[in-house]
Ligand binder design. Structure first.
Ligand code: TXA
Ligand code: MG
Length: 365
């Protein structure tokens, strides 16, 4: 189905706002609506209606076995979607909701085939954004909402990113300005006795440990899988190949890779990181120091999208340490990367491989 997508700004979110009223009516009728949250923009639909949820999958081109999380206005509403009371939920909700934490809980059976995609658990969160809150309140619904991008692309942190991906595929986008956090929520599995992080995010493992009074299992680390070809799983990816350099990679190795890329005909290099001294003026460069990691995270998806728009052909990004928010940044970079280079030797070997491939490619054309 082709839609004439409308983009409406919500300046002063309230239950009386006409854009909120229009969006709520669409959702009640089973349509999809994109809306801002504090993390990224979501594409919402009534989580209790199978045909409404199916429209999300069609619009995003989302793999059918990937479950979507449910958003509610207030934590008291989760009983409608989850089985059995768990005292950890009360502790975490008190500390982090509304906010960027998704809890995986045993789902009510009527959700198994819609949002859970065959699992018996459901992800649920209370977002901290006035537009999301007004929409959830006005519609009175639980909203199934994955990030509002075409599957595989970087998540949208501005309404225009949603427009670029989903224009013609959904009826309405609510513009509530840029998202405050810029990466997706932390996903914490509470369906097992020991809580486990399935996706690192803004709320860190240490914060969760403190509130629960016991260490949570840290997962969501895809480094090993990523480096074995065949199991590589790209996500959050720009169109241009993305080379991620771990902090151990020195400036000489960086310069070697940079020079190799710029030898390619019509190459346009994009760079995000800290190497102000050695980045050539030819590159579109964005500099972030180690101390600016939150801004790096906030801007990451926006910058990757921007580089694609500008016709950048290769992107190099400096990784960071895994402490605090660094863990979620590295998780996203690893998933988005064409390759992660961990050392000078690794970078040198990769340059040799690239130059051989490119020499063969160029002689064929
Ligand atoms: O910040 C966010 O979480 C954003 C905003 C819109 O709320 N949403 C978001 O949704 O990032 P999505 O679908 O792009 O990512 C949700 C992640 C997916 O990796 C999905 O596989 C996982 O949560 N997930 C959802 N339900 C699950 C379940 N029952 N068990 C395990 N993982 C689940
Ligand atoms: Mg997503």
């Amino acid at each position: 189905m082709v839609f004439e997508t409308r983009l409406r700004t919500v300046a002063q979110p309230s239950l009386d706002d006409p854009a909120i009223a229009e969006a709520a009516a669409l959702l009640q009728a089973g349509a999809t609506v994109a809306f801002p949250t504090e993390t990224v923009y979501g594409l919402g639909a009534d989580c209790t209606k199978a045909d409404a949820v199916a429209r999300i999958y069609t619009a995003k081109n989302r793999p059918h076995d990937n479950p979507v999380i449910v958003h509610v206005a207030e934590r008291e509403q989760i009983d409608a979607f989850c089985e059995a009371y768990d005292e950890r939920v009360a502790l975490l909700a008190e500390a982090f909701w509304p906010g960027p934490l998704t809890l995986i809980l045993k789902a009510k059976p009527y959700l198994h085939d819609t949002v859970c995609r065959g699992l018996d658990t459901v992800g649920i969160r209370v977002p901290a954004h006035p537009v999301a809150f007004a929409l959830l309140k006005k519609s009175g619904l639980g909203l199934a909402a994955p990030s509002a991008n075409i599957s595989g692309k970087p998540s949208p942190t501005k309404a225009k990113h949603v427009w670029n991906d989903l224009q013609g595929r959904i009826p309405l986008i609510l513009d509530g300005g840029p998202c405050r956090v810029g990466i997706e929520s932390t996903v914490l599995d509470l369906s097992q006795p020991r809580a486990a992080v399935l996706r690192p995010g803004w709320i860190t493992g240490r914060q969760l440990d403190e509130v629960l009074g016991a260490p949570v299992t840290r997962e969501g680390d895809v480094a090993a899988a990523h480096r074995s070809p065949g199991t590589r799983y790209r996500h959050y990816s720009p169109d241009a190949p993305l080379y991620v350099l771990q902090p151990q990679v020195g400036d000489d190795a960086f310069v070697e890779l940079q020079a190799l890329i710029l030898q390619q005909p019509a190459a346009r290099l994009g760079y995000i990181g800290m190497r102000r001294e050695v980045v050539t003026d030819q590159a579109t460069a964005l500099f972030y120091g180690c101390e600016e990691i939150d801004r790096f995270i906030h801007d990451l998806y926006m910058n990757l999208r921007q580089m694609d728009e500008e016709g950048v052909t290769h992107i190099i990004v400096d990784g960071c340490g895994e402490e605090g928010h660094g863990r979620s940044l590295m998780d996203r970079l690893r998933r988005a990367a064409t390759v992660v280079l961990v050392s000078d030797r690794d970078t040198h070997a990769f340059c040799l491989k690239l130059s051989t491939e490119w020499a063969i490619g160029n002689s064929n054309t």
